[in-house]
Design a protein around this ligand. Structure first.
Ligand code: SF4
Ligand code: FE
Length: 493
C-alpha cells in the first residue's frame, strides 16, 4: 500500500487503541467526536491530494530508500528542488483546509533524524541511522502519519532538565534494559498527536553531560502501553457540539489539533531508539528539526493566508465596499505580507545544501528569518482582515436566529425575517447567509478554533520568536560584516 486515500486513513485510525481524554473524560470513539473530527478530516486532505493526478508532482515523491512512489510527507529531501516542492505542497494544503493539516511535524522529524543519526553513528559507531531507515521504510510502505514531538513541559525555565524538582518535566530515560529503554515524561501542545499512527520523540533543547538521560530520541506507536493524550481545547470548540452546527463554525470541515502526550513508563525496544545519551547531538537534532519546521511555516501559513485574503476581499464585496481605494490598498498590503513569507520559504529552500548523509537541508539563517516574519505578518494580515470585515464578524446573532421562525414582529415577522432584513447588504452579490458565512469564517480564523493554527501558532509554533533570534544571532556572521565595513572604511587592524 504505497498511497492511502483519505477514507482509508480515517479507517486506519479506528484500528488504533489510542488513549484520549477530553473535558475530564475518556473518549472512546475519538474518530467520530465532533470536536476532534475536523482535525482528522484535515490530515485526510494530505492523502486525497496525493491521489489527485493534478497534484502528483507536489504531493508525491520517489523514495530514496525503495525507489517507490510515496507521499511527500514521508520523503527525505534529495535536492533543493525537493525542498521547494515541500513548501509549495504546504501552501497548497493550507489553501485547501485553511487550517493546520498536522502532518508536517513528522516529515520534519524524519529529515532531522535522517541526517543527525548518520552523524551520531559516524562519531560513536552506533547503528541509529540503519534503525531509522528501517523505521522510515515501514512508514513509507504503509503511508503512515507520524507525529514529530519535541516540546517538553520544561518546568522552571531557569533550571536544566536534571536540576528540576520534578524529574519528569523533561522526557527522560528512566531505565535502560538490554532490549530497550523505559521512558517517562510528557510532550506539550503536540500537533496532530491523536491523529498520528506513530510518534517520533526528540529532545527539546541542547543538553550537557548531566542531562544525558534526557538526550533521547525514539519512535513509538501512538497506542503504546503507558501512553495517553489529553486534548487541548480551542476557542469556540463547543460550538461544534451544537446540533446541526454549520454557518457558526466558520470552517465546518477542517481544523487543527494539539494535545498533551504523556509517557507513563513506556517501553521502547532498541530497534526504535535513535538517540540514547549522546547529549552532544541533542542540539543538532533540535536545530535541524526546528529549521525544517520554520521553513514549513513559509508554506502552510501562506496557504491559509491566501484564504484569509480571499475572505476579506469577499467580505468587502458583500458589504458593497470593494471599490473603496483603502480596501484595495489593504488587500495589496495583505498580499505583500503573505508573499514575503512565501519568498522566505522558497529562499531558504533554494539556498539549501546536502548534509553528510546525502539528504538536503535548508539554509538555517533564512529558515529562521522566515519563521521570525511569521511571528508578525499573520497578525497584521488578520488585523487588516478584521478592519475590512467590520465589527459584525463578532456581534452577529447566531445561525439559529437566522433560521428561527418564532414570530416577533407586529406584522408576523419571525426572528429569521428580522435578522435577514437587517443584516442584508449587497444583495446583488450575495445572500445574507453567504455574508454570514464569510464573516463567521473570518471570526474562526482570527479569534475562533482556527486561530490556534493561524495566529498563536504563528507566534509559538516551531519555536517562539526568541528562539529564532538566538539562531539569527548565531548564523548572522556579525564578525564577517564588521570586516566588510572595515575594508570599505579603510581600517586596517
Ligand atoms: Fe504543518 Fe503548518 Fe501545522 Fe506545522 S503548523 S504541522 S507546518 S500545517
Ligand atoms: Fe505548527
Amino acid at each position: 500500500m504505497a498511497l492511502m486515500t483519505g477514507t482509508q486513513y480515517i479507517e486506519s485510525l479506528r484500528r488504533l487503541n489510542t488513549r484520549v481524554y477530553m473535558f475530564g473524560e475518556k473518549i472512546d470513539n475519538w474518530v467520530d467526536h465532533p470536536i476532534i473530527r475536523p482535525s482528522i478530516n484535515c490530515v485526510a486532505v494530505t492523502y486525497d491530494l496525493a491521489n489527485d493526478p493534478q497534484y502528483e508532482d507536489l504531493m508525491t515523491a520517489t523514495s530514496n530508500l525503495t525507489g517507490k512512489k510515496i507521499n511527500r510527507f514521508a520523503h527525505i529531501h534529495q535536492s533543493t528542488e525537493d525542498l521547494k516542492k515541500k513548501v509549495k505542497m504546504q501552501r497548497l494544503c493550507g489553501q485547501k483546509t485553511a487550517s493546520c493539516f498536522q502532518r508536517c511535524v513528522g516529515m520534519d522529524a524524519f529529515n532531522a533524524e535522517y541526517s543527525t543519526t548518520f552523524e551520531i553513528d559516524k562519531k560513536y559507531g552506533t547503528d541509529y541511522h540503519e534503525r531509522f531507515k528501517k523505521f522510515l521504510e515501514f512508514v513509507q510502505e504503509n503511508d503512515l502519519v507520524v507525529d514529530g514531538a519535541m516540546t517538553d513541559p520544561k518546568g522552571n525555565r531557569s533550571l536544566a532538565p536534571h536540576a528540576q524538582e520534578d524529574p519528569d518535566l523533561f522526557l527522560r530515560i528512566k531505565e535502560r534494559r538490554a532490549d530497550g529503554i523505559v521512558v517517562r515524561g510528557a510532550k506539550c501542545h503536540q500537533t496532530g498527536s491523536i491523529n498520528s499512527h506513530w510518534h517520533i520523540i526528540m529532545p527539546t533543547q541542547a543538553m550537557r553531560e548531566e542531562d544525558k538521560n534526557y538526550a533521547v530520541s525514539f519512535a513509538c506507536p501512538s497506542d503504546a502501553e503507558g501512553l495517553y493524550m489529553i486534548y487541548g481545547r480551542q476557542a469556540c470548540d463547543t460550538r461544534k457540539l451544537e446540533e446541526g452546527a454549520d454557518v457558526d463554525l466558520g470552517n465546518k470541515q477542517y481544523g487543527g489539533q494539539e494535545a498533551l502526550v504523556v509517557f507513563d513508563d513506556v517501553f521502547i525496544p532498541n530497534e526504535y531508539v535513535f538517540m540514547a545519551g549522546e547529549y552532544d547531538f541533542a542540539g543538532m537534532l533540535v536545530e535541524r528539526f526546528a529549521g525544517f519546521h520554520r521553513q514549513s511555516y513559509g508554506g502552510c501559513k501562506v496557504g491559509v493566508g491566501d484564504v484569509v485574503i480571499g475572505a476579506a476581499a469577499l467580505a468587502a464585496e458583500y458589504n458593497g465596499a470593494d471599490k473603496a481605494s483603502h480596501i484595495k490598498d489593504k488587500l495589496i498590503e495583505m498580499t505583500h505580507l503573505n508573499e514575503t513569507l512565501y519568498a522566505c520559504g522558497i529562499a531558504c529552500s533554494t539556498e539549501g545544501h546536502a548534509t553528510e548523509s546525502g539528504s538536503y537541508i535548508i539554509d538555517l539563517l533564512l529558515a529562521n528569518v522566515c519563521k521570525q516574519n511569521v511571528t508578525r505578518f499573520p497578525y497584521e494580515i488578520v488585523r487588516l482582515a478584521e478592519d475590512i470585515a467590520g465589527g459584525l464578524m463578532v456581534t452577529m446573532p447566531s445561525e439559529k436566529d437566522f433560521k428561527s421562525d418564532l414570530v416577533v414582529g407586529k406584522n408576523g415577522e419571525t426572528i429569521g425575517d428580522v435578522c435577514n432584513k437587517y443584516f442584508a447588504a449587497n444583495a446583488g452579490k450575495c445572500s445574507t447567509e453567504d455574508r454570514l458565512r464569510i464573516l463567521r469564517f473570518l471570526e474562526n480564523i482570527c479569534l475562533g478554533a482556527s486561530a490556534v493554527g493561524y495566529r498563536t501558532e504563528s507566534m509559538h509554533g516551531a519555536g517562539s520568536p526568541q528562539a529564532q533570534r538566538i539562531m539569527i544571532q548565531r548564523q548572522g556572521n556579525i564578525e564577517g560584516k564588521k570586516q566588510l565595513a572595515k575594508h570599505i572604511a579603510g581600517i586596517h587592524k
